[in-house]
Design a protein around this ligand. Structure first.
Ligand SMILES: C[S@@+](CC[C@H](N)C(=O)[O-])C[C@H]1O[C@@H](n2cnc3c(N)ncnc32)[C@H](O)[C@@H]1O
Length: 285
């Protein structure tokens, strides 16, 4: 991302969800919608036109994909909280994602943390100035600071069962940054019930990283925003990737799983395919 500017992709995601809610209100939770409006305000007519063109010509089905991946991630987090299996939730590279803002009020005994680049996070901190005392902001440029250092020890307790969320970030890291990224999470995931949910681009057998519906315009836009996609992995290599980093696979969700779970009766809608949602637990040593 560009230095001193909030992430363009985080802004696009929030704006896209406000746009999607106009036509597919079932896909965007009302509580989430209210939070997006706090973070990026209402879309102007020019922004609506840009979002429409992006959806048609850059990555058809992308906005629905964002909405369904968020639904899935929230359902995993909520079911773990309800089971009593989690005491801390850490959202890494949170952008304008509403999960922590929405859930910290519903679960006052759970501690929520957001780690993000300061240029993006400052907007959210302003919007959530009245948040509960169980929501903590940890600004960090993860190219300079490790996740382990970003999670300040006086607030964060690595020995508690914790769920880490890394949505829409691994594709922007190179292999070296990615190793540092997972090593930082693993150092802070000391409880045997701790786990991580992360999304990744499912690399094709030809080595292509991107969505199935993506055109050259999407690549150009990401390049211009300083957020080109760099990393992906074939889904069949995920168990080995995780084992090498001290994690074990619980479940890897593809677009087909999202469609089966959330799109009953709506199969005619276009859903972008190419980014999986992986949930992995700390491996027994
Ligand atoms: C594609 S957005 C994803 C936002 C959110 N997770 C979601 O899915 O709605 C990428 C996020 O990564 C963050 N990010 C990018 N580079 C970063 C860096 N060097 N350090 C910390 N965060 C960074 C941005 O601030 C942004 O919030």
């Amino acid at each position: 991302m560009k230095e001193n500017k909030p992430s363009a992709t985080a802004t696009l995601i929030a704006r896209s969800q406000i746009q999607l809610a106009q036509t597919q209100s079932w896909a965007v939770d009302a509580g989430y919608l209210a939070q997006y409006r706090r973070f990026v305000a209402e879309n102007s007519p020019a922004q609506r036109a840009f979002l429409k063109l992006t959806e048609i010509f850059a990555i058809p089905g992308l906005y629905l994909h964002f909405a369904l991946r968020k639904k899935l991630i929230e359902s995993i987090v909520q079911s773990q909280i309800e089971k009593g299996a989690v005491q801390q939730v850490v959202v890494i590279a949170a952008g304008f994602d509403p999960l922590a803002a929405a859930l910290h009020e519903a679960y006052p005994l759970i501690r929520f943390f957001e780690v993000d680049h300061p240029a993006t996070q400052v907007i959210k901190m302003d919007a959530l100035a009245d948040a509960g005392s169980n929501l903590f902001f940890c600004p960090a440029d993860l190219t300079k600071t490790s996740i382990a250092d970003a999670l300040a020890p006086e607030w964060f307790d690595a020995s508690l069962p914790t769920i880490f969320i890394a949505e829409g970030i691994t594709m922007y890291l190179d292999a070296k940054q990615l190793d540092k990224f997972f090593a930082g999470i693993r150092v802070r995931a000391q409880h045997p019930d701790s786990s991580v949910i992360f999304t990744y681009m499912a690399r094709s057998p030809l080595g292509v990283i991107g969505f199935d519906s993506q055109t050259w315009l999407a690549r150009l836009w990401l390049q211009l925003q300083g957020e080109p996609m760099k990393w992906g992995i074939e889904p069949e290599n995920i168990p080995g990737f995780l084992a090498a980093r001290g994690f074990t696979l619980n479940r890897d969700h593809s677009a087909a799983d999202l469609s089966a779970r959330f799109m009953a009766g709506r199969k005619e809608l276009r859903l972008a395919r190419g980014e999986n949602i992986c949930w992995a637990s700390v491996a027994n040593t």
